[in-house]
Design a protein around this ligand. Structure first.
Ligand code: APR
Length: 244
């Protein structure tokens, strides 16, 4: 907490700027959920440090070994359900309650923003609350792990996580909504993302046309040189200070 105290005066100025915002946009990544106990992807202990992304989060990996992929997503879904939203997730829900024009676009699939009470949430990379069939429009809830013996769907397709895998496009409607809101924003918060994955990261660079962009991250990222101010701190230490 000490490093945040050193910048409290600056946070007061940012808090006032956010309070005055006519249109507030927030982009989050796995860093905001690290304080709920969920691993990030590229940091120490990150999922891509301990798992092979091409085996688990790609259409080819799923075609090669659907049981391995479902074993992994069943584990992640169980971890999401066991996690609780952090003070950072809850601070963003409070900010939304204070702004009529508020959009939260997340790269996370853990549903923690929704569980924290955020309403206008765009899940750019999908979510793990349901599975969908590869061949038809059928969907099924993932309140329980998908049985590995039940991956095949009656229509001849396969149940897959409703997640955007590497090499797949983002859901067009979600992406369109996100960039329209980003273009409209006069203040944007970018919280807990390395900014390495396109096109989500471009929201904070290419589409934040009129916005004053505030990055909240303990470490420098690929977009740090493109934002207006970097607050070097953890989301749970900083975000509550930015809520009036
Ligand atoms: N508060 C704020 N930021 C944090 C915290 C914290 N407590 N802890 C870690 N971070 C930051 C790290 O410094 C890093 O910049 O969160 C970021 C996590 O980066 P990644 O692990 O790359 O995760 P993310 O940016 O969400 O990845 C984007 O990549 O693998 C795909 O689809 C996956 O949505 C994911 C996308």
């Amino acid at each position: 907490m000490s490093e945040v105290r050193a910048i409290l005066p600056a946070l007061r100025e940012l808090r006032e700027r956010i309070a005055r915002a006519q249109s507030l946009f927030v982009l989050t990544g796995s860093g905001i959920s690290s304080e709920s106990g969920l691993p990030t992807f590229r940091g120490v202990g990150g999922l891509w440090r301990t798992h092979r992304v091409e085996e688990l989060a790609s259409p080819d990996g799923f075609a090669r070994d659907p049981q391995l992929v479902w074993t992994w997503y069943n584990e992640r879904r169980a971890a999401h359900r066991a996690a609780t939203p952090s003070v950072a997730h809850r601070a963003l829900a409070q900010l939304e309650a204070q702004h009529a024009d508020f959009t939260l676009a997340t790269q996370n699939v853990d549903s923690l923003h929704l569980r924290a009470g955020s309403k206008n949430v765009i899940e750019l990379h999908g979510h793990l609350r349901e599975a969908r069939c590869t061949d038809c429009a059928a969907r099924r809830p993932l309140d329980e792990p998908l049985p590995l013996a039940a991956i095949e769907h009656a229509c001849g397709g396969r149940w897959r996580p409703d997640i955007v895998w590497f090499g797949e496009p983002l859901p067009p409607a979600a992406w369109q909504r996100a960039i329209e809101s980003a273009r409209r924003a006069d203040v944007m918060l970018v919280v807990g993302t390395s900014g390495l994955v396109a096109p989500a990261a471009s929201i904070a660079t290419r589409y934040a046309a009129a916005a004053y962009v505030i990055e909240i991250n303990p470490d420098p990222t690929a977009i740090s040189t493109h934002v207006d101010v970097c607050v070097r701190g953890r989301a749970s230490d900083v975000l509550p200070e930015l809520v009036a």
